[in-house]
Ligand binder design. Sequence first.
Ligand SMILES: NC(=O)c1ccc[n+]([C@@H]2O[C@H](COP(=O)([O-])OP(=O)(O)OC[C@H]3O[C@@H](n4cnc5c(N)ncnc54)[C@H](O)[C@@H]3O)[C@@H](O)[C@H]2O)c1
Length: 353
Amino acid sequence: MNVGLVGIGNCTSSLVQGVAHYTAHPDAPGLTLPVCAGYAVSDVRFTAAFDVDAAKIGLDLAEAIWTGPNNATRFAEVPPLGVPVVEGVLSDGVGRRVGERITARGTADVEAIAAHLERTGTEVLVNFVPAGSQQASECYAEAALLAGCAFVNCIPSVIARSPHWVERFTAAGLPLLGDDLKSQFGATLVHRALVELLAANGVRLRNTYQLLAGGNMDFVNLQDPERLRTKQETKAGGLRGADGDTLLPPEQVHVGADYIPFLADRKLAVIRIEGEGFGGTPVEVDLRLNVDDSPSGAGNVLDAVRYLKFALDHGLAGVLDPVAARLMKAVPNPMGEGAAAAGLRELLALGRP
Ligand SMILES: NC(=O)c1ccc[n+]([C@@H]2O[C@H](COP(=O)([O-])OP(=O)(O)OC[C@H]3O[C@@H](n4cnc5c(N)ncnc54)[C@H](O)[C@@H]3O)[C@@H](O)[C@H]2O)c1
């Protein structure tokens, strides 16, 4: 399947490395699904790449992923891919904090992006621009529509939650997935599981916080309060119960993010949950989680592109709700883990003879 990438930052680096790594070693640990929706990792082929960082534009994708300020862990060697990084649409992609660290250049327009997607035969476009880039995300979604590509919105901008975009992708017969990618084993997953477990066992939840720290460009970007706000919304919305209901009102959920340069791509999450148990007695949970930030997102996006290719093969359009519930933090129709798993089984049955 032919996959296009928008934003050649740390997450894209881990994704590109992951495809090289698991193609060469399909049994290596860490991969959720060696075969997903009928596709192996080796079926994923990168065909287009867009960025606005002058240092990355013009480089082969395999070289651009190692170009600063990227600092994701190097866990695989990637041979030249023959995919040049093409200048994208700048729009609101680069905020003040990121703008201080890169030379941004992005004079392309939506039509030029769509023409490149068509020329390269791209089928699925993955959006990995910095959090808070609503307009830039819309430009790439528009280009995907024009070029007849499925679209995965891995960032907190509102695309798959917008009836406007869902209607347009559905009308065009194209699948759409979003918003804001979940990590394989990240803070949102653990936080949600704990909140769900406490509620299911009769503990009345009072409040909770999730404090994050990291030293990559995502955390540089999140030092801008407006950009952090979009992340806070999708994270708070991610704390849902088995029936898809929100378990805590948003004002009782605090999400913070700190930039600590020497952490590089390591992410620290400190989670605290407070509640009332039997007799109104206090129940408190404190947890500290340490993961590599970007590889932990890459596994899920590898599944996302394979599900979307499956959807294209079977003429499925719009948001695939069970896939979205499984892989994304903020979705148009939230559902619990059980319902999502059942929905996924039903969906994949379409592929059986
Ligand atoms: N595990 C994770 O790391 C994870 C999980 C969920 C969501 N996300 C989201 O994924 C996104 C990417 O994360 P990252 O760590 O790779 O960030 P990053 O800052 O390393 O990479 C972003 C890239 O996008 C480029 N860019 C900026 N504006 C652009 C534009 N208009 N067009 C094309 N390219 C543009 C930047 O130059 C940079 O190369 C962020 O929004 C982040 O919140 C990450």
